[in-house]
Design a protein around this ligand. Structure first.
Ligand code: GLA
Length: 379
């Protein structure tokens, strides 16, 4: 049964009537442009065909009564007096309600049932998906204008300030503004964005290493601080303002670690802009090479891979029909992404699964992904 049908049926059971509205918002995979968003740089993610779903109907008393099928829990929240009782799935809903209210928007409450199929904790942005689905739900029942970039910023604010995770804008922006068949080139400073077609005849395949690292938050914040220090050295607002040539001219003056961190960000921005260009030209081979270079830079200079990611990327690159592969998301575990000829996708899945299991003893999850639309009200 589809997730859409599951949330509709569960809503009928819980509330004794069919829902008035169904919304969904997708997870994402980033093709290239990693650890660049918080440097005001460029990213090139796509929304995937896995999403958070909510079936709902408006209430008139400013309460939020929501059941999560994934967690088998319900919450009843008074929008007039919310407190953070986290951690947990409900904090994403409350956080978005808080950010929308704090921006001056007048919210109505709703009854809802939610479920999702973005794997949790894998680095595919299940939290951004839930945030944007929640924002869509509130926008619909409260008759708010739907501006994807504004809603992404408010959802990011919910995650930063309410949930307490210091993420950049990429995940919320692509969940809000993705489009079927396309990746989205996002300028993370201006939030200007352009759809970029996926090279025809190819599959985007996510490879979940089945490894997770606990201390992602502190390592992530440490990288952010190192990037800020490098930006101060170059006397710019963010590393986005440093070109490859400007970096090279002064790189020798930086200490070893700061130099490597900055080199990753500066070259990654350059690769991401090139990736959008070669995609527009339909050049899968060139895109694959840029993805490979991105991984090597994340492994050697930014140091956010782990051995599982390095192993799965090496295995992926050896397979027939694979143009390139890299880690995706924050790193330290989680997923890689590969660009593979469509006709080779099934054999690729089987071969990578077998070789990775043999090398590590772990069973990977392989998702052949289709680029989907951003947050939407389902007709
Ligand atoms: C996480 C964050 C994003 C981004 C990536 C790294 O997914 O949520 O904002 O910084 O890591 O590119």
């Amino acid at each position: 049964m589809s997730l859409q049908q599951r949330v509709i049926d569960a809503f009928q059971r819980k509330f004794g009537a069919p829902p008035a509205i169904v919304v969904r918002a997708p997870g994402r995979v980033n093709l290239i442009g990693e650890h660049t968003d918080y440097n005001d740089g460029f990213v090139l993610p796509m929304a995937i065909d896995r999403a958070a779903w909510i079936a709902l109907r408006p209430r008139t008393d400013r309460r939020l009564v929501v059941q999560s099928l994934d967690f088998d829990q319900s919450v009843d929240v008074d929008l007039n007096q919310m407190t953070n009782t986290g951690p947990g799935w409900a904090e994403y809903l409350k956080g978005v309600a808080w950010a929308l209210t704090d921006s001056g928007r007048q919210l109505e409450g709703w009854d809802g049932v939610t479920a999702g199929d973005v794997p949790i904790g894998a680095g595919l942005s299940s939290s951004a998906a839930l945030e944007l689905a929640t924002a869509r739900a509130f926008a619909t029942v409260s008759q708010l204008d739907w501006n994807p970039a504004q809603m992404a910023l408010l959802s990011q604010r919910a995650e930063n300030k309410w949930v307490g995770v210091n993420c950049g804008i990429m995940d919320q922006m692509i969940s809000a503004a993705g489009a079927a068949g396309h990746a989205l080139l996002i300028d993370c400073r201006s939030l200007e964005n352009q759809l970029v077609p996926l090279p025809p005849g190819n599959a985007v395949i996510v490879l979940d290493t089945a490894t997770r690292r606990g201390l992602v938050d502190s390592a992530y914040n440490e990288r952010r601080a190192q990037c800020e220090a490098a930006a101060r050295f170059f006397n710019v607002k963010a590393l986005r303002d440093v070109s490859v040539a400007q970096f090279e001219a002064r790189a020798a003056e930086l200490d070893e670690v700061t130099r490597r961190r900055a080199r990753h960000v500066v070259t990654e921005n350059d690769r991401t802009l090139k990736a959008a260009e070669v995609m527009r030209a339909g050049d899968a081979a060139a895109l694959g090479l840029l993805m490979n270079a991105s991984h090597d830079s994340l492994r050697d200079d930014f140091e956010v891979t782990n051995s599982a990611l390095n192993v799965i990327v090496e295995i992926a690159r050896q397979q027939p029909g694979c143009w390139g592969a890299r880690m995706t998301g924050a790193g330290f575990g989680g997923c890689a992404v590969a660009l593979v000829k469509a006709e080779a996708a099934t054999a690729f899945d089987q071969a990578v699964t077998a070789a990775y299991t043999q090398a590590t003893g772990l069973t990977p999850n392989v998702y052949i992904c289709h680029a989907s639309d951003g947050a939407s009200v389902v007709p």
